[in-house]
Design a protein around this ligand. Structure first.
Ligand code: AP5
Ligand code: ZN
Length: 215
């Protein structure tokens, strides 16, 4: 099963992707997570992308496409994968289509989590992430049992450097480059729109229904 997630920053892509991947046993490939790991490890890639992430701008297509192509060549993608945060521009979507064509693995689902823009700032500024296992929380909508501590692994929670009001504003502006992908995938009959304004469990229930009904 090959899946991509679409939606505005804070729509809930990462939250739902983690559940899908656990349930359907496919790797969760998040370009944002890959870039943040490279920044944390201070690799050459991390140095190259840091300013883009901190300010909320998109990393150039050529670099992003290369990083994803390398990742899709890893053996764990044999039985499918979920891409979270990629593609994000038309050139990225076209490049993905070409490489999936070469691999003989067509895309099965583009899950578009739809939310109105006005709720996103609160979601993003309240987000907290586990430094150890990457689990995502929210101070109001999905709080951990103990403040500042991950329920799963007891790791410390932190706030992303691009979850500030300024960076969120830039990220929402950059989304203009991603919006055309909804039509791109609708044209290919793989677009499934999900109501992302419901609570986390309800959103997942709808996603699961789509994946089970059409697989
Ligand atoms: P990336 O990491 O992909 O960030 P994003 O697209 O902005 O998406 P987010 O991770 O912010 O949101 P999400 O939809 O996953 O929401 P989440 O589930 O966490 O990209 C970061 C940066 O990397 C980019 O700005 C760019 O610089 C670079 N980059 C990455 N990919 C790139 C690419 N392909 N090309 C170029 N550059 C690229 O949820 C958010 C919060 O809401 C959480 O606190 C969660 O608990 C809460 N929440 C989730 N669902 C609900 C719900 N239903 N109800 C209430 N609260 C909820
Ligand atoms: Zn954790």
């Amino acid at each position: 099963m090959q899946v991509v997630m679409l939606g505005l920053p804070g729509a809930g892509k990462g939250t739902q992707a983690a559940r899908i991947c656990e349930d359907f046993h496919i790797p969760h490939i998040s370009t944002g997570d890959m870039f943040r790991a490279a920044i944390a490890e201070k690799t050459p890639l991390g140095q190259e992308v840091k300013l883009y992430l901190d300010s909320g701008r998109l990393v150039p297509d050529e670099l992003t496409i290369r990083v994803v192509a390398d990742r899709l060549n890893q053996p764990d993608t044999e039985n499918g994968f979920l891409l979270d945060g990629f593609p994000r521009t038309l050139p990225q979507a076209t490049a993905l289509e070409t490489s999936l064509g070469e691999l003989g693995k067509p895309l099965d689902y583009a899950l578009y989590i739809h939310v109105p823009q006005d709720i996103l700032l609160a979601r993003l500024t309240g987000r907290r992430i586990c430094k150890v296992c990457g689990a995502t929380y929210h101070v109001v909508y999905h709080p951990p049992l103990k403040e500042g501590v991950c329920d799963k692994c007891e790791g410390p929670l932190y706030q992303r450097s691009d979850d500030t009001e300024d960076a969120v504003k830039t990220r929402l502006e950059q989304y203009a480059q991603t919006a055309p992908l909804v039509e791109f995938y609708r044209d290919r009959n793989v677009l499934y729109q999900i109501d992302g304004q419901q609570d986390i469990d309800e959103v997942y229930r709808d996603i699961r229904t789509v994946l089970l009904a059409t697989s």
